[in-house]
Design a protein around this ligand. Structure first.
Ligand code: UT7
Length: 335
């Protein structure tokens, strides 16, 4: 059966104002600007104000996406928020955004897929459109990982930052939009990237707080090896599914965790660094927000144009991964 094409009709992003530099971190833990830049590529990151939670960042990004897509909030059918840092255990962050933007007819739910969350949420949202259930889906990646960081742990605290990115999905011109996708998980490796406490396994207690079990615990080397392997594999697999060859690929919009992981994927895809939408130097790893923020910047600064083929590819806690090949479907009005 011939299926409709689904693309992005509006996009927006938001990062908090406060900047935390590598120098600032070197005053907090035993680290240096040189080590962080050389081992990760990160120079600074944004930190949410105490008054801001994931729904606040998500709302800012969503409002920009609505404006960009000339879409009324009342016309949104579904809101999906990908986040590892919801405002509360419940209600869902997506419901808070629904209220904030006035999307009165929208259904709303969250997805917990760590840093792969945006890719999972886009594919989920697109399927509601393919099946004819909904017409306009607002997908947001929003994370405030600064709230889950152990600020005494130099292995993790230098990596993460806060932000949100949003897209509106709807039917687009035939042959454009999402061309192929791939999602995957390996739950047997769940413990290499985990926040142990705060859920039903280890509810909050004085002991869990004292032993810092509400903070991110990570085996960086294991995640690194997995990330390099899975970025290369899922990017090449999804390109093949889309029926494209390497020469037809224009941009890589990768999850922004470490420049060395991105460089490995670029090498495999035979792409130059300028074909990767990279912003981790400015923002660090913003988890589910990293891809939509990078995409928004690359579209707004005129790099991505109608007809360009891009791969968005992510990996994260779970362990999980996901990749999408997208043929950009909008005519951009750049100077
Ligand atoms: O979205 C997914 C989230 N996570 C990731 O993507 C993380 C993936 N992993 C990585 O990006 C890298 O593994 C890290 C950046 C986390 C670490 O880089 P690495 O090259 O794998 O370093 P390492 O863990 O092997 O550590 C090398 C040394 C160690 O010292 P010794 O044991 O050799 O004396 C660490 O203690 O560097 C030390 N180190 C640091 N030194 C200064 C670790 N973190 C720091 C730091 N500053 N911040």
């Amino acid at each position: 059966m011939e299926r409709i094409s689904v693309g992005i009709s509006g996009l927006g992003s938001y990062v908090p104002e406060k900047v935390l530099t590598n120098f600032d971190l070197s005053q907090m833990v035993d680290t240096s600007n040189e080590w962080i830049v050389e081992r990760t590529g990160i120079e600074q990151r944004r930190i949410a104000d105490k008054s801001q939670a994931a729904s606040d960042l998500a709302t800012e990004a969503a409002l920009k996406a609505l404006e960009d897509g000339k879409t009324k909030a009342e016309d949104i059918d579904l809101i999906i928020v990908a986040t590892a840092t919801p405002d509360h255990a419940f209600p869902a962050t997506a419901c808070l955004v629904q209220k904030n933007i006035g999307a009165t007819k929208a259904a709303a739910f969250d997805m917990s897929v760590g840093c792969s969350g945006f890719i999972y949420a886009v594919i989920t949202g697109a399927n509601f459109i393919y099946t004819g259930i909904y017409k306009k889906v607002l997908v947001i990646g929003s994370d405030v990982l600064s709230r889950l960081v152990n600020w005494d742990d130099r292995n993790t605290c230098v990596l993460f930052g806060d932000g949100a990115g949003a897209v509106i999905l709807e039917q687009c011109e035939d042959g454009f939009g999402i061309l192929a996708n791939e999602l995957g998980s390996d739950g047997s490796k769940g413990d290499v990237l985990i926040v142990p406490a705060g859920g039903s396994r280890l509810p909050s207690s004085i002991e869990t707080v004292d032993s810092k079990q509400h903070a991110i615990q990570m085996d960086g080397k294991e995640v690194f090896k997995f990330a390099v392997r899975i970025m290369e594999k899922s990017a090449t697999d999804v390109l093949e599914k889309a029926g494209l060859n390497l020469e037809e690929l224009d941009f890589l919009v990768p999850h922004q965790a470490n420049i060395r992981i991105i460089d490995a994927a670029l090498k495999k895809l035979k792409l130059d660094r300028d074909k990767a939408c990279v912003n981790l130097d400015k923002y660090g790893n913003m988890s589910a927000a990293s891809i939509p923020v990078a995409l928004d910047e690359a579209v707004k600064d005129g790099r991505i144009q109608k007809g360009d083929n891009l791969i968005m590819v992510a990996f994260g806690a779970g362990l999980t991964w996901g990749a999408i090949v997208l043929k950009w479907s909008r005519e951009e009005m750049n100077d």
